[in-house]
Design a protein around this ligand. Sequence first.
Ligand code: ADP
Ligand code: MG
Length: 232
Amino acid sequence: MNIAEELKTKVESGQTVLTEFESKELLEEIGIQVPSQKLATSKEETIAAVEEIGFPIVMKLMAEDVVHKSDTGAVKLNLKTKEEVDNAYDELMKIPSQKEKKISVQKMAKEPITELIIGMTTDPQFGPALMFGIGGILVELLEDVSFRIAPITEYDAKEMIHEIKGFPILDGYRGKPKADINAIVETLMKISDLVTKHENINEMDLNPVFIYEKGLICVDARIILKEKDTTS
Ligand code: ADP
Ligand code: MG
């Protein structure tokens, strides 16, 4: 199935929230890098997935009613042995949820220069709007973010990145390496292209995206679709 068909099927079936796993699959399809990931429904499957992906591993509980995963202990980072995987599985399965539980087994991404947030919301008047910021306190406390209405040009993407106050963090602040600005520009353009083509995407939250000297990788994502239109 192509992306348009996949999204349409989901909207028709009444699914409006894509899981982290599904959201990252979609990002991968449009050429945005994500850590290797597999879904497991038992301990055996989890171990098989770990063997395929290789240590270090991250395990996360996927359940429809667990949204802010780290707040409920649903993210287990940097697991390095089978014993740690075994314990993590037991702990994740103890987290209360009324919905079906699955485990996302994914590769632990290496430490970034900094975490980024890339988002998209739908403005009732102007349509899809893209958002960019540097993760952590810069976004949460200082609201240091930039916005543009989609579709954006390459020039717009560059402006979005340069106009945030935290830009020096990406530009080799205090001897740290310079971030791959071009990779961010390309990612913003890919998201712009996606949401312009697919009107049934209502919201996207790539949080965080790890940025490096070369390339970037999105380690958590959430996509929300528009409700099925029942008026037509
Ligand atoms: P939440 O639902 O709480 O936002 P996340 O999936 O974003 O959960 O995980 C919490 C944090 O764990 C992330 O902000 C990131 O710093 C780290 N993290 C998540 N997945 C990975 C990964 N695959 N590799 C490295 N770090 C990760
Ligand atoms: Mg997150």
